[in-house]
Design a protein around this ligand. Structure first.
Ligand code: CA
Length: 223
């Protein structure tokens, strides 16, 4: 699928583009509202990811322009401003969905999948492995029919493991995939969150299926 990414922060644009490309999408980037709007109107794209605050032309004005010309084109708005007034303004202008910054790439990819329901793109918003089931849109977790309550970040960590079953994931991979592009590299946040997730998953009485692979990282083991 072809995704147009209109985002002026180069670090975010690069990070999101890489993740989309890794999932098989063709990505076109625009760093300015005017250029982005022109691309949305003239190119054949399947989905637009649109930053709210842009140079050249504000994201909401870009959205209005896109809506007037292409009423059915899905547009996911990235916004650093979670205020209700902004959301109302955006909904009036025709946003298909919102992702509030800072966001995890898994969350954004789940929204992209949800709004790209072409014939070649199965609607996969659920992940299941090792007796664990995740609903990426409802953000609920079940293990052997027991509902597991996770924080937002714990959910993102588990979702990342569920996308890579039986693969050894390094600390750096988890940091990049879950926390994003600009996280302090010396942090122990990965160890801490893997610990939280394991503990909560073990509430079912069975140890969590996330193994430590010594001096390499972690693995979600599916037997
Ligand atoms: Ca911006």
């Amino acid at each position: 699928m072809r995704v147009l990414l209109i985002e002026d922060e180069a670090a975010i644009a690069d990070f999101v583009a890489r993740a989309l490309q890794a999932h098989g999408h063709v990505v076109e980037k625009a760093a300015d509202g005017l250029i982005g709007e022109r691309a949305a109107l003239t190119r054949d794209v399947d989905l637009v990811i649109l930053d709210r605050g842009l140079p050249g032309r504000d994201g909401i004005d870009v959205l209005r322009g896109i809506r007037a010309a292409k009423p059915a084109l899905p547009v996911i708005v990235l916004t650093a401003r979670a205020e209700v007034a902004d959301r109302v303004e955006g909904l009036d202008a025709g946003a298909t969905d919102y992702v509030t910054k800072p966001f995890s790439v898994d969350e954004l990819l789940a929204r992209v999948r949800a709004h790209l329901r072409g014939p070649t793109q199965p609607h996969t918003t659920r992940l299941a492995a090792a007796g664990i089931e995740l609903d990426l849109l409802a953000r609920t977790v079940w293990r052997d029919d027991l509902h597991i309550e996770l924080s937002a970040k714990e959910f993102d960590v588990l979702a990342y493991f569920m996308r890579h079953p039986n693969q050894v994931l390094s600390r750096e991979q988890l940091l990049g995939g879950v926390w994003g592009y600009d996280f302090e590299p010396q942090t122990n946040v990965v160890e801490v969150y893997v610990g939280y997730v394991r503990k909560k998953l073990a509430a079912s009485g069975e140890p969590a299926p996330i193994d430590t692979v010594r001096s390499v990282g972690y693995r979600l083991t599916v037997r």
